[in-house]
Design a protein around this ligand. Structure first.
Ligand SMILES: [Fe+2]
Length: 142
């Protein structure tokens, strides 16, 4: 992918291409595909019940949520993923999905020392939010 779409909803092919280009291994890519399938299933069930969900954002966010694993296998891969996506020109909402899919259950003091963003999604917030957090929920389910 030469130039990522600024609107933040890359196609499945574009997202997979960026994962490969960034150096994610096949195991990580397979994980991202599984997470995306689950996230889309959850999102579609919400849509059927009348919830307004940005399905393209859920799909692309789930596919790219672990892009930071191209840089590190440590928990900092979330923050790295946000950085990678911003530097590549992806939208802010995709970058936030990547950087916030980790951190649930980690004390705030440790989150800061690990370079997590100040506003990290807590489990309580996960229950309240819909589209972006569906990727986190499905990642937890895998
Ligand atoms: Fe991850």
């Amino acid at each position: 992918m030469s130039s990522p779409p600024r609107h933040g909803r890359p196609s499945t092919e574009e997202a997979l291409s960026f994962l490969r280009k960034s150096g994610c291994n096949q195991k990580v890519i397979n994980h991202c595909i599984t997470v995306a399938k689950t996230a889309v299933e959850i999102a579609e069930s919400h849509i059927r019940r009348g919830v307004n969900v940005d399905l393209a954002l859920v799909r692309s966010g789930a596919l790219l949520h672990d892009i930071g694993r191209s840089a590190t296998a440590k928990v900092k891969h979330g923050a790295e993923g946000g950085r990678i996506l911003r530097e590549a020109g992806f939208s802010e909402d995709l970058a936030r999905i990547a950087e916030r899919h980790v951190g649930a259950g980690i004390p705030k003091k440790r989150q800061r020392s690990w370079g997590f963003p100040r506003k990290i999604i807590s489990l309580r917030l996960l229950r309240r939010r819909s589209s972006a957090t569906l990727t986190s929920l499905s990642a937890e389910a895998e």
